[in-house]
Design a protein around this ligand. Structure first.
Ligand code: HEM
Length: 330
């Protein structure tokens, strides 16, 4: 009986060892198959470069890589190679110059599952092309980029001002109110109605969307993925005066008139660029002007001490929440 047990244990150990060796051989094979990829830090056989950085602040590591290896570098996320493209020129040449070749999207399992593989954000190829064309046409049909949408945004801005007024005299966090306002704009476009801030169904919808974005992060292994590093353009000292703070001079010509700045790539570049840009621009303009015409904002700490770095930087950037005073100007 003992002999049988010992034999069994040995067989299991041998099978496990053979399997482990086979796995390592496969991974090594995959890594050497991509020998001609751009340069990058040496990967660990099993985890690639995953142990070398904090996944929540991956962009910081990517920026360091671009300084060390230039505008095109490779890292390994476990056994998937990722090519990081940085700098305005390299991004323009790839995302715009080779727009068609760079129009695919990594597979994000949660995104695929929740959209049943149909979302414009998550698809690639023919399906994505059709979805993008349809989504743009539909949003335009509903008034995106036209005056009719401005009326809805203005209505929302008025509600926002009223909500801020109620908080006068005490410190408050505007995050939920702002989320409520931008979500209501899209709700009134899509559902034809807005929701009250206290509506429990609306609150639960917003909570779900927020959580969803916070966990939407890890892409599934593919052959080679490409990350266009937009922050490398947005923080490039050669393209921006005072790249770490908002300096209006970056958008003004010598006579103080507005001037478009091509390095302002917050909406992405090329064929996958943001589909909601026209709507966002209207919202930003109307919300900011309405709020600044009604209130003076005061931070709880001296402005230089405010931490404006994002809390999570994987799929998108999650801003920090903070408290402030909104003091009526009239
Ligand atoms: C301040 C707000 C926003 C910013 C900064 C922003 C920025 C971006 C960026 C950087 C991308 C990715 C581009 C790429 O993959 O290279 C993107 C994609 C996208 N955005 Fe936005 N976005 C905003 C708001 C919106 C809104 C309000 C909508 C909807 C009306 C929207 C719809 C989309 C869609 C559908 C995509 C995917 C496009 C595709 O894959 O073809 N975005 N956005």
């Amino acid at each position: 009986m003992d002999l049988l047990l010992a034999l069994k244990t040995n067989i299991v150990s041998v099978v496990m060892a053979v399997l482990a060796l086979f796995l390592l051989w496969k991974i090594r094979g995959k890594q050497s198959r991509f020998d001609r990829l751009p340069p990058g830090p040496a990967p660990n056989l099993l985890l690639g470069n995953l142990l070398q950085f904090n996944i929540k602040e991956a962009y910081k590591y990517y920026l360091e890589l671009s300084e060390k290896y230039g505008s095109v570098a490779t890292i390994w996320l476990a056994n998937t190679p990722v090519v990081i493209i940085s700098g305005y020129q390299a991004l323009k040449e790839t995302m715009i110059g080779l727009g068609e070749e760079f129009s695919g999207r990594a597979i994000y399992p949660l995104l695929m599952k929740s959209t049943y593989g149909y979302g414009v954000l998550s698809t690639s190829g023919h399906r994505w092309k059709e979805m993008r064309k349809f989504s743009l046409a539909t949003l335009k049909n509903f008034g995106m980029g036209r005056r009719s949408i401005e009326e809805r945004v203005k209505e929302e801005a008025e509600n926002l001002v009223e909500m801020f007024k109620k908080c006068e005299g005490s410190a408050f966090s505007p995050a939920d109110m702002l989320l409520n306002a931008v979500s209501n704009v899209i709700c009134s476009i899509v559902f034809g109605q807005r929701f009250e801030f206290e509506d429990p169904q609306f609150k639960s919808l917003l909570r779900t969307v927020n959580t969803y974005f916070a966990i939407l992060s890890s892409p599934l292994g593919q052959d080679v993925m490409v990350f266009p590093l937009l922050s490398s353009v947005l923080k490039d000292p050669k393209l921006w005066k005072n790249p770490n703070c908002f300096d209006p001079e970056n958008f003004l010509d010598a006579d103080g008139r507005f001037q478009k700045n091509d390095a302002f790539v917050v909406f992405g570049m090329g064929k996958r660029a943001c589909l909601g840009e026209a709507l966002v621009r209207i919202e930003l303009f109307i919300f900011f002007t309405s709020l600044l015409q009604h209130f003076t904002f005061k931070a709880m700490v001296p402005p230089v001490e405010l931490d404006t770095t994002p809390t999570n930087c994987s799929f998108g950037r999650m801003p920090r929440t903070y408290e402030c005073y909104a003091i009526s100007r009239k």
